[in-house]
Design a protein around this ligand. Structure first.
Ligand code: PLP
Length: 468
């Protein structure tokens, strides 16, 4: 135990030094080793005899850390952020040390009730409808590992509801349809496939936008119904991955309500912005949403994994995925006065993830979390301005912390993508918008500041200058 305390203290010091080195941009954002570098450095066989924790920690920094992409690096602008904070890291250490498993209230009452409380805290902080709170009696939030898992259980609950429970016994029988758009995150069609509902239906976009067309949705659903199919769920997005577009949720909600169809809202990235009243428009019209998910691990200073899924009626979820074997029976569950989160998710076992959300919300306060969002949005504004002021560049779209841009020709954009792939200072990810290549820069690393944005921009410019 003394060894643990000493090595844990050393690990904490190394992490602090690592964060400082990141903040000072002393480390490259991407590693330079070719594929196989880490495999080569690792023995093929596991050790027969136990090794020193101190040595294993040393090896971590010698062998693993140099081959990581540093997501907390100030020049990391890839995909969407997956950010972190000391409060979250500390909570993860404590969680691991306590080593509890909160599958049911009776397997860890404190973990379950803490999760109920922090999910309600967050629902209020994001100004979500009251019925999503545990306090409402009907709805509630649950921490999932990812937005992918959240949409999977939402789709399954929708299929079960649309089939009036028949789905549990007979599956989807090729009859149920789930709707999204071509801009929806890939996790959604994947969830629909896993749920057994085949290919998700891609609803056309409103002309000139990347948003779902509610009239086209209604027409498609009605045509499907006339053909003997059953519309089960719609997945709308607040903040799409490619361009941070937001589907017209109020109109989509009305279409779903008229037809009794489940509406899931995927706000994996942009949902966190709703902490700030000025960035809450995307959440307008959640009145008819049945479920809503946000990744606290993307933009809320909480380490991965931590997605929060809220449902308006938790029985829809528990009817679909609840299952209690004899070895799980207990008086508390049978009294039906407690929450058993195993019935709100795919896995049976679950770690106490609520602790990190609790630490983060307390250590930063809602004000601190709002400031972080505003800071990142202001950095995106700065980057967008720098890009716009430069000849030969174009900002395709700029929303919240995301700036999507390209060069004047597609060939130059593709070449810039190539050059940036090898750059140690900046990581942007490529995408395609309306058939043309673009670069996405998502601001959200806790160490990115104005100076970093200027450094990032001068790096991008110098690569562009080398092209001509
Ligand atoms: N939805 C959106 C809009 C996303 O941007 C992402 C990931 O970036 C996801 C869902 C998938 O999230 P996860 O990795 O938590 O499954």
């Amino acid at each position: 135990d003394e060894v643990f305390a000493a090595v844990a203290a050393d690990a904490a010091e190394r992490l602090v030094a690592h964060w400082r080195a990141l903040a000072a941009a002393e480390l490259p954002v991407v590693p330079s080793g070719p594929p196989g570098t880490t495999l080569k450095a690792l023995p093929e066989q596991a050790p027969e005899k136990g090794e020193d924790l101190a040595e294993i920690l040393d090896d971590t920094w010698r062998t693993i850390v140099p081959q990581l992409v540093h997501w907390q690096h100030p020049g990391f602008l890839g995909w969407f952020p997956t950010n972190n904070s000391p409060a979250s890291v500390l909570a993860e250490l404590v969680t691991a040390g306590l080593g509890v498993q909160g599958m049911m209230w009776s397997s860890s009452p404190g973990a379950t009730e803490l999760e109920q409380r922090v999910c309600d805290w967050l629902a209020r902080a994001l100004a979500l409808p009251q019925r999503f709170q545990h306090a409402s009696g009907q709805g509630g939030g649950v921490i999932q590992d990812s937005a992918s898992s959240a949409v999977l259980v939402a789709v399954v609950a929708a299929l079960n509801r649309a089939s009036v429970g028949r789905w549990r016994a007979h599956g989807t029988e090729g009859r149920y349809r789930v709707y999204c758009t071509a801009q929806t995150n890939s996790s959604v069609p994947k969830a629909v496939r896993i749920a057994g509902a085949g290919e998700a239906v891609q609803v056309p976009l409103l002309p000139g936008t990347h948003e779902m067309d509610p009239a086209a949705l209604a027409a498609r659903m009605d045509a499907d119904r006339s053909a003997g199919l059953i519309p089960a769920a719609v997945v709308a997005t607040v903040g799409t991955t490619t361009t941070c577009a937001t589907d017209p949720v109020p109109e989509i909600g009305a279409v779903c309500q008229e037809r009794g169809v489940w509406l899931h809202v995927d706000a994996a990235y942009a949902g966190s912005a709703a902490l700030c009243p000025e960035f809450r428009d995307g959440n307008a019209g959640l009145g008819h949403a049945d479920s809503y998910a946000v990744n606290a691990h993307k933009w809320m200073r909480t380490g991965i994994p931590c997605d929060v899924l809220w449902v308006a009626d938790h029985t829809a979820l528990t009817d679909a995925v609840g299952l209690t074997a004899s070895y799980l029976r207990n008086p508390a569950s049978e009294s039906r006065t407690v929450v058993d989160f195993k019935d709100w998710q795919v896995p049976l076992g679950r770690p106490m993830r609520a602790l990190k959300l609790w630490y983060v919300m307390r250590a930063h306060g809602l004000e601190g979390l709002r400031e972080a969002i505003r800071h990142d949005v202001s950095l995106a504004v700065l980057l967008a301005r720098l890009i716009e002021a430069e000849g030969g560049f174009e900002v395709v779209v700029h929303r919240l912390g995301l700036v999507v841009f390209r060069r004047d020709t597609d060939a130059r954009t593709r070449d810039l993508v190539e050059r940036l792939t090898r750059d140690p200072v900046v990581l942007c990810t490529p995408a395609t918008v309306d058939g043309r290549p673009v670069l996405r820069a998502a601001l959200g690393s806790p160490y990115t500041d104005e100076a970093a944005v200027h450094r990032i921009w001068s790096t991008i410019r110098s690569h562009a200058a080398a092209q001509d």
